[in-house]
Design a protein around this ligand. Structure first.
Ligand SMILES: NC(=O)c1ccc[n+]([C@@H]2O[C@H](COP(=O)([O-])OP(=O)(O)OC[C@H]3O[C@@H](n4cnc5c(N)ncnc54)[C@H](O)[C@@H]3O)[C@@H](O)[C@H]2O)c1
Length: 265
């Protein structure tokens, strides 16, 4: 059911790799709700090719950008403004990657070059996107930027390795940049902290299935799906949430608020 909540809104969606990606679900719903957007992903993800199916379905253009490269981001923003002949209203940053986790390197033995890559791609990239957007003044007043986080930003979670630090940094950038962009341009910046969700990114997390099942059992509402995450993103892009900024919003079925559940003892 569509309420055209994003009618006349334009945006950029980073991170739709395949149909399991959270960004994919957000793009589908944003399209249903009347938004127009550019889809962006890394050159290697574009070579996989699935994104073009989404582009066709949502009538969107695809622009390649390595989100850790400022020049790529600036080129993307310029091209997007040309496509829309206008400023934009929303950005979804749905990007994460850890070479340490991918290569299953135990946390105490992490490779520090990989660690820097993890931070650069998964967290500092949000700062780079926001910095370029502010420099070009590409986001309309009242616009909305969302990134995706996980409870491992705050608590130890098995298998999450150095991604835990990237999520802590990401949530901190949300608050810090949210202040600057809020005071200067009334642009909102929020993180959605999502339940474990089976995607390409989690396929490399050791023990993900057990973690997913545990989280599902502990959460009073069960794990939140990618679809429900997309609904929250639509709400945050919409004009109904114009006074929400600098927050981490938990779409996790209540997991983050449970200490000891009835089933645990
Ligand atoms: N799946 C989960 O359980 C879960 C839970 C909480 C938060 N998240 C977060 O959600 C976001 C999206 O992940 P997902 O689960 O949909 O997995 P996904 O693998 O579908 O998406 C990750 C995306 O990051 C992109 N990416 C990686 N390196 C890049 C680069 N250098 N430049 C541009 N793009 C790059 C990938 O191509 C991919 O599209 C991530 O930030 C992830 O940490 C996921």
């Amino acid at each position: 059911m569509s309420n055209q909540l994003l009618k006349n809104k334009k945006g950029i969606i980073f991170g739709a790799l395949d149909e399991n990606s959270i960004a994919w679900k957000v793009a589908e719903k944003a399209h249903d709700e009347g938004a127009e957007f550019v889809l962006s992903n890394s050159p290697i993800a574009l070579r996989k090719g699935d994104i073009y199916k989404l582009a066709e379905k949502t009538n969107s253009k695809v622009i390649s950008a390595d989100i850790s490269e400022v020049t790529d981001i600036e080129k993307l923003l310029k091209e997007s403004s040309e496509i829309f002949e206008d400023k934009i209203d929303f950005i979804l940053h749905s990007v994460g990657m850890s070479p340490n986790v991918r290569k299953n390197i135990p946390y105490p033995e992490m490779n520090y070059e990989y660690f820097q890559k993890t931070l650069d791609i998964s967290a500092i990239s949000l700062h780079k996107v926001l910095s370029a957007a502010k420099k070009f003044d590409i986001i309309n007043e009242g616009g909305s930027v969302i990134t995706l986080s996980y409870i491992a930003a705050e608590k130890y979670v098995t298998g999450y390795g150095d991604m835990t630090h990237s999520k802590a940094l990401l949530e901190s950038i949300v608050r810090q940049f949210g202040y600057y962009y809020g005071t200067s341009k009334k642009v909102r910046i929020n993180a959605v902290s999502q339940s474990p969700t089976p995607t390409s990114a989690t396929s490399v997390v050791k023990g993900f299935e057990a973690l997913y099942n545990y989280s599902d059992k502990v959460s009073p509402l069960g794990n939140a799906s990618a679809d429900s995450c997309a609904n929250v993103c639509i709400m945050l892009f919409s004009d109904y949430t114009k006074m929400i900024t600098m927050q981490t919003i938990y779409n996790d079925g209540g997991f983050s608020a449970v200490g000891i559940g009835d089933g645990d003892i």
